[in-house]
Ligand binder design. Structure first.
Ligand SMILES: *Cc1c(COP(=O)(O)O)cnc(C)c1O
Length: 329
Protein backbone atom coordinates (compact mmCIF):
# COMPACT_ATOMS: atom_id res chain seq x y z
CA UNK A 1 0.00 0.00 0.00
CA UNK A 2 3.01 2.32 0.24
CA UNK A 3 4.35 1.57 -3.23
CA UNK A 4 3.66 5.12 -4.47
CA UNK A 5 5.98 6.63 -1.85
CA UNK A 6 9.74 6.89 -2.49
CA UNK A 7 11.87 4.94 -0.03
CA UNK A 8 15.55 4.16 0.33
CA UNK A 9 16.82 1.14 2.22
CA UNK A 10 18.46 2.06 5.52
CA UNK A 11 17.06 -0.42 8.04
CA UNK A 12 17.67 -4.11 8.53
CA UNK A 13 14.09 -5.25 8.16
CA UNK A 14 12.13 -7.27 9.02
CA UNK A 15 13.49 -6.87 12.53
CA UNK A 16 13.15 -9.93 14.73
CA UNK A 17 9.94 -10.77 16.56
CA UNK A 18 10.85 -12.76 19.67
CA UNK A 19 9.03 -14.22 22.61
CA UNK A 20 9.90 -13.10 26.15
CA UNK A 21 8.74 -16.21 28.00
CA UNK A 22 10.35 -15.60 31.39
CA UNK A 23 9.11 -12.04 31.77
CA UNK A 24 5.77 -13.02 30.26
CA UNK A 25 5.34 -15.76 32.85
CA UNK A 26 6.22 -13.38 35.68
CA UNK A 27 3.55 -10.95 34.45
CA UNK A 28 0.93 -13.56 33.51
CA UNK A 29 0.72 -12.43 29.88
CA UNK A 30 1.88 -13.71 26.49
CA UNK A 31 4.76 -11.33 25.88
CA UNK A 32 6.67 -10.72 22.65
CA UNK A 33 9.22 -8.12 21.64
CA UNK A 34 9.79 -6.41 18.28
CA UNK A 35 13.49 -5.71 17.94
CA UNK A 36 13.62 -2.26 16.37
CA UNK A 37 16.67 -1.65 18.54
CA UNK A 38 18.34 -3.79 15.86
CA UNK A 39 17.47 -1.83 12.70
CA UNK A 40 21.19 -1.65 11.99
CA UNK A 41 21.63 1.97 11.01
CA UNK A 42 24.59 3.16 13.14
CA UNK A 43 23.49 1.04 16.12
CA UNK A 44 19.81 0.95 15.34
CA UNK A 45 16.55 2.30 16.67
CA UNK A 46 13.11 3.34 15.49
CA UNK A 47 14.20 6.43 13.51
CA UNK A 48 15.67 4.24 10.75
CA UNK A 49 12.18 3.31 9.52
CA UNK A 50 11.14 6.97 9.29
CA UNK A 51 14.41 8.00 7.68
CA UNK A 52 13.92 5.51 4.84
CA UNK A 53 11.06 7.72 3.63
CA UNK A 54 12.45 11.09 4.74
CA UNK A 55 15.78 10.56 3.02
CA UNK A 56 14.09 9.36 -0.16
CA UNK A 57 11.99 12.54 -0.14
CA UNK A 58 15.10 14.67 0.42
CA UNK A 59 16.83 12.99 -2.54
CA UNK A 60 13.79 13.41 -4.80
CA UNK A 61 13.85 17.11 -3.92
CA UNK A 62 17.53 17.37 -4.82
CA UNK A 63 18.81 18.12 -1.32
CA UNK A 64 22.53 17.97 -0.55
CA UNK A 65 22.29 18.96 3.11
CA UNK A 66 20.13 17.65 5.97
CA UNK A 67 19.17 19.66 9.03
CA UNK A 68 17.49 18.27 12.09
CA UNK A 69 17.21 18.79 15.83
CA UNK A 70 16.96 17.02 19.17
CA UNK A 71 18.43 16.81 22.64
CA UNK A 72 22.19 16.11 23.00
CA UNK A 73 21.57 12.35 23.33
CA UNK A 74 19.06 12.29 20.47
CA UNK A 75 18.96 8.91 18.75
CA UNK A 76 17.16 10.58 15.88
CA UNK A 77 20.05 13.00 15.32
CA UNK A 78 22.57 10.12 15.35
CA UNK A 79 20.64 8.07 12.82
CA UNK A 80 20.04 11.12 10.60
CA UNK A 81 23.80 11.73 10.63
CA UNK A 82 24.35 8.11 9.58
CA UNK A 83 21.78 8.28 6.77
CA UNK A 84 23.37 11.51 5.51
CA UNK A 85 26.82 9.92 5.55
CA UNK A 86 25.59 6.90 3.61
CA UNK A 87 24.18 9.13 0.86
CA UNK A 88 27.00 11.66 0.83
CA UNK A 89 24.93 14.53 2.20
CA UNK A 90 26.13 17.15 4.65
CA UNK A 91 24.35 16.95 8.02
CA UNK A 92 23.75 19.73 10.55
CA UNK A 93 22.39 18.90 13.98
CA UNK A 94 20.86 21.60 16.16
CA UNK A 95 20.81 20.65 19.83
CA UNK A 96 18.63 22.19 22.51
CA UNK A 97 20.38 23.07 25.74
CA UNK A 98 23.80 24.30 26.69
CA UNK A 99 26.94 23.33 24.76
CA UNK A 100 28.49 20.02 25.81
CA UNK A 101 32.20 19.51 25.23
CA UNK A 102 32.43 15.87 26.26
CA UNK A 103 31.48 13.52 23.45
CA UNK A 104 29.80 10.41 24.80
CA UNK A 105 27.05 8.07 23.61
CA UNK A 106 25.09 9.51 20.70
CA UNK A 107 27.05 12.75 20.68
CA UNK A 108 30.26 10.80 20.15
CA UNK A 109 28.68 8.95 17.24
CA UNK A 110 27.31 12.18 15.71
CA UNK A 111 30.81 13.57 15.49
CA UNK A 112 32.24 10.27 14.26
CA UNK A 113 29.62 10.26 11.49
CA UNK A 114 30.85 13.65 10.35
CA UNK A 115 27.82 15.73 11.34
CA UNK A 116 28.20 19.42 12.17
CA UNK A 117 27.02 20.10 15.71
CA UNK A 118 25.28 23.32 16.81
CA UNK A 119 24.13 24.08 20.34
CA UNK A 120 21.32 26.58 20.88
CA UNK A 121 22.37 27.22 24.49
CA UNK A 122 18.88 26.96 25.97
CA UNK A 123 16.10 24.39 25.98
CA UNK A 124 13.42 26.49 24.29
CA UNK A 125 11.51 25.18 21.23
CA UNK A 126 10.98 28.70 19.88
CA UNK A 127 14.69 29.50 19.96
CA UNK A 128 15.54 26.09 18.51
CA UNK A 129 13.17 26.75 15.59
CA UNK A 130 14.73 30.19 15.09
CA UNK A 131 18.22 28.66 15.04
CA UNK A 132 17.11 26.09 12.46
CA UNK A 133 15.71 28.85 10.22
CA UNK A 134 18.84 30.94 10.59
CA UNK A 135 21.10 27.99 9.78
CA UNK A 136 19.00 26.95 6.80
CA UNK A 137 19.16 30.51 5.36
CA UNK A 138 22.90 30.72 5.92
CA UNK A 139 23.47 27.37 4.15
CA UNK A 140 21.16 28.42 1.36
CA UNK A 141 23.20 31.60 0.89
CA UNK A 142 26.25 29.35 0.47
CA UNK A 143 24.47 27.57 -2.37
CA UNK A 144 23.45 24.46 -0.46
CA UNK A 145 20.13 22.73 -0.98
CA UNK A 146 18.85 22.04 2.50
CA UNK A 147 16.17 19.64 3.65
CA UNK A 148 14.86 20.06 7.19
CA UNK A 149 13.67 17.00 9.08
CA UNK A 150 11.49 17.80 12.12
CA UNK A 151 12.22 16.66 15.67
CA UNK A 152 12.11 12.87 15.80
CA UNK A 153 11.41 12.66 12.07
CA UNK A 154 7.78 12.94 13.09
CA UNK A 155 5.73 14.11 10.14
CA UNK A 156 3.53 12.09 7.76
CA UNK A 157 6.50 11.45 5.43
CA UNK A 158 8.43 9.68 8.18
CA UNK A 159 5.55 8.14 10.11
CA UNK A 160 4.48 5.94 7.17
CA UNK A 161 7.58 3.90 8.03
CA UNK A 162 5.59 2.44 10.90
CA UNK A 163 2.77 1.34 8.61
CA UNK A 164 5.45 -0.90 7.12
CA UNK A 165 6.32 -1.99 10.65
CA UNK A 166 2.75 -3.20 11.14
CA UNK A 167 2.84 -5.08 7.83
CA UNK A 168 5.93 -6.88 9.15
CA UNK A 169 4.32 -8.07 12.37
CA UNK A 170 1.28 -9.34 10.47
CA UNK A 171 3.50 -11.60 8.37
CA UNK A 172 5.63 -12.62 11.35
CA UNK A 173 2.57 -13.19 13.52
CA UNK A 174 1.15 -15.54 10.88
CA UNK A 175 4.39 -17.50 10.86
CA UNK A 176 4.42 -17.72 14.67
CA UNK A 177 0.67 -18.24 14.95
CA UNK A 178 0.12 -15.19 17.13
CA UNK A 179 -1.91 -11.98 16.98
CA UNK A 180 -1.59 -9.14 19.47
CA UNK A 181 -4.16 -7.47 21.73
CA UNK A 182 -1.77 -4.69 22.71
CA UNK A 183 1.36 -3.00 21.46
CA UNK A 184 3.30 -1.08 24.12
CA UNK A 185 6.10 1.35 23.23
CA UNK A 186 7.93 4.53 24.22
CA UNK A 187 6.21 7.57 22.71
CA UNK A 188 8.03 10.89 22.32
CA UNK A 189 7.40 13.08 19.29
CA UNK A 190 4.23 11.23 18.13
CA UNK A 191 5.57 9.73 14.89
CA UNK A 192 6.00 6.12 15.91
CA UNK A 193 2.62 5.87 17.60
CA UNK A 194 0.84 7.72 14.77
CA UNK A 195 2.43 5.37 12.23
CA UNK A 196 1.61 2.23 14.23
CA UNK A 197 -2.03 3.28 14.65
CA UNK A 198 -2.23 4.21 10.95
CA UNK A 199 -0.92 0.72 10.16
CA UNK A 200 -3.50 -0.91 12.43
CA UNK A 201 -6.26 1.04 10.69
CA UNK A 202 -4.85 0.39 7.24
CA UNK A 203 -4.73 -3.38 7.76
CA UNK A 204 -7.93 -3.56 9.83
CA UNK A 205 -6.34 -5.11 12.93
CA UNK A 206 -7.99 -5.26 16.34
CA UNK A 207 -5.15 -4.14 18.58
CA UNK A 208 -4.65 -1.29 21.05
CA UNK A 209 -1.45 0.72 20.75
CA UNK A 210 -0.39 1.99 24.18
CA UNK A 211 2.10 4.83 24.07
CA UNK A 212 4.16 5.42 27.21
CA UNK A 213 5.11 9.09 27.09
CA UNK A 214 8.76 9.84 27.74
CA UNK A 215 8.31 13.60 27.84
CA UNK A 216 5.03 15.26 26.94
CA UNK A 217 1.79 15.53 28.90
CA UNK A 218 -0.90 13.07 27.88
CA UNK A 219 -3.39 15.59 26.40
CA UNK A 220 -0.80 17.28 24.21
CA UNK A 221 0.81 14.06 23.01
CA UNK A 222 -2.54 12.39 22.29
CA UNK A 223 -3.67 15.39 20.22
CA UNK A 224 -0.41 15.42 18.27
CA UNK A 225 -0.62 11.68 17.60
CA UNK A 226 -4.20 12.01 16.39
CA UNK A 227 -3.36 14.84 14.00
CA UNK A 228 -0.25 13.12 12.71
CA UNK A 229 -2.17 9.86 12.25
CA UNK A 230 -4.75 11.69 10.09
CA UNK A 231 -1.91 13.09 7.97
CA UNK A 232 -0.13 9.74 7.78
CA UNK A 233 -3.26 7.89 6.59
CA UNK A 234 -3.71 10.60 3.94
CA UNK A 235 -0.12 10.32 2.76
CA UNK A 236 -0.45 6.54 2.51
CA UNK A 237 -3.75 7.04 0.61
CA UNK A 238 -5.60 4.85 3.12
CA UNK A 239 -9.34 5.53 3.31
CA UNK A 240 -9.84 4.18 6.85
CA UNK A 241 -10.15 6.85 9.53
CA UNK A 242 -8.69 7.25 13.01
CA UNK A 243 -10.75 8.55 15.94
CA UNK A 244 -9.48 10.26 19.11
CA UNK A 245 -10.55 7.13 21.04
CA UNK A 246 -7.92 5.13 19.15
CA UNK A 247 -5.16 7.11 20.87
CA UNK A 248 -4.03 5.67 24.22
CA UNK A 249 -1.25 7.49 26.04
CA UNK A 250 0.02 7.22 29.60
CA UNK A 251 2.19 10.02 30.97
CA UNK A 252 2.47 8.58 34.48
CA UNK A 253 5.97 7.18 33.85
CA UNK A 254 7.78 10.33 32.68
CA UNK A 255 9.06 11.18 36.18
CA UNK A 256 11.01 14.42 36.54
CA UNK A 257 11.20 14.91 32.79
CA UNK A 258 12.60 13.97 29.40
CA UNK A 259 15.91 12.17 29.57
CA UNK A 260 15.80 11.63 33.32
CA UNK A 261 15.49 8.08 34.58
CA UNK A 262 13.15 7.14 37.42
CA UNK A 263 13.39 4.41 40.07
CA UNK A 264 10.79 2.42 38.09
CA UNK A 265 12.62 2.84 34.76
CA UNK A 266 15.91 1.73 36.31
CA UNK A 267 14.15 -1.28 37.79
CA UNK A 268 12.62 -2.16 34.41
CA UNK A 269 16.04 -1.86 32.75
CA UNK A 270 17.32 -4.46 35.20
CA UNK A 271 14.29 -6.75 34.88
CA UNK A 272 14.52 -6.99 31.08
CA UNK A 273 18.27 -7.56 31.28
CA UNK A 274 18.25 -10.22 34.00
CA UNK A 275 15.18 -12.17 32.89
CA UNK A 276 15.54 -11.97 29.12
CA UNK A 277 19.03 -10.73 28.24
CA UNK A 278 17.40 -7.74 26.54
CA UNK A 279 19.07 -4.36 26.90
CA UNK A 280 16.75 -1.37 27.04
CA UNK A 281 17.96 2.23 27.00
CA UNK A 282 17.81 4.32 30.17
CA UNK A 283 15.23 6.97 29.24
CA UNK A 284 12.91 5.80 26.46
CA UNK A 285 12.41 2.06 26.43
CA UNK A 286 13.10 1.65 30.16
CA UNK A 287 10.18 4.03 30.82
CA UNK A 288 8.05 2.03 28.40
CA UNK A 289 9.15 -1.09 30.25
CA UNK A 290 8.18 0.48 33.58
CA UNK A 291 4.81 1.35 32.04
CA UNK A 292 4.27 -2.20 30.80
CA UNK A 293 5.08 -3.74 34.19
CA UNK A 294 2.81 -1.32 36.02
CA UNK A 295 -0.13 -1.49 33.58
CA UNK A 296 -0.18 -5.27 33.97
CA UNK A 297 0.09 -4.97 37.75
CA UNK A 298 -2.79 -2.45 37.81
CA UNK A 299 -4.92 -4.67 35.59
CA UNK A 300 -5.16 -2.14 32.73
CA UNK A 301 -3.58 -4.87 30.64
CA UNK A 302 -5.45 -8.05 31.63
CA UNK A 303 -3.84 -11.35 32.55
CA UNK A 304 -3.50 -13.67 29.57
CA UNK A 305 -3.35 -10.78 27.08
CA UNK A 306 -1.12 -11.08 24.04
CA UNK A 307 1.24 -8.14 24.29
CA UNK A 308 3.93 -6.90 21.92
CA UNK A 309 6.58 -4.69 23.50
CA UNK A 310 8.00 -2.66 20.61
CA UNK A 311 11.67 -1.97 21.41
CA UNK A 312 12.49 1.41 19.84
CA UNK A 313 16.25 1.40 20.45
CA UNK A 314 18.37 4.00 22.20
CA UNK A 315 21.30 1.78 23.14
CA UNK A 316 24.12 4.40 22.78
CA UNK A 317 22.70 6.56 25.57
CA UNK A 318 23.65 3.78 27.99
CA UNK A 319 27.22 4.91 27.42
CA UNK A 320 26.75 8.58 28.21
CA UNK A 321 27.06 10.07 31.66
CA UNK A 322 23.52 11.26 32.46
CA UNK A 323 24.85 14.04 34.67
CA UNK A 324 26.57 15.58 31.66
CA UNK A 325 24.17 14.78 28.92
CA UNK A 326 20.66 15.11 30.17
CA UNK A 327 20.80 18.21 32.37
CA UNK A 328 20.70 20.55 29.42
CA UNK A 329 19.24 23.63 31.13
C1 LIG B 1 12.74 8.73 19.30
C2 LIG B 1 12.64 7.57 20.21
C3 LIG B 1 11.39 7.15 20.70
C4 LIG B 1 10.12 7.89 20.44
O1 LIG B 1 9.70 7.82 19.11
P1 LIG B 1 8.73 8.96 18.58
O2 LIG B 1 8.41 8.56 17.21
O3 LIG B 1 9.47 10.25 18.70
O4 LIG B 1 7.54 8.95 19.47
C5 LIG B 1 11.34 6.03 21.49
N1 LIG B 1 12.46 5.36 21.81
C6 LIG B 1 13.67 5.73 21.37
C7 LIG B 1 14.86 4.95 21.79
C8 LIG B 1 13.80 6.86 20.56
O5 LIG B 1 15.02 7.24 20.14
Amino acid sequence: MLEHLPRVKLAHTPTALEELPRLGELLGIDLYIKRDDSTGLAMGGNKARKLEYLLADALVKGADTLLTTGGPQSNHCRMTAAAAAKYGLECHLVFSGRPIDVRQGNLYLDELLGAKLHFVGVDDPVLVAAKMEELSSALHAQGRKTYTIPLGGSNPIGAVGYIRGIAEIITQGQEEGVTFDYIVHASGSAGTQAGLIAGIKAYGLVCRVIGISVSRAKERLAREIYELCVGTLARAAVAEQVTPEDIVVYDEYVGAGYGLSTPASSAALGTFAVLEGVILDPVYTAKAGAGLLDLVKQGFIPKGAKVLFWHTGGTPALFADPAIHWTSK
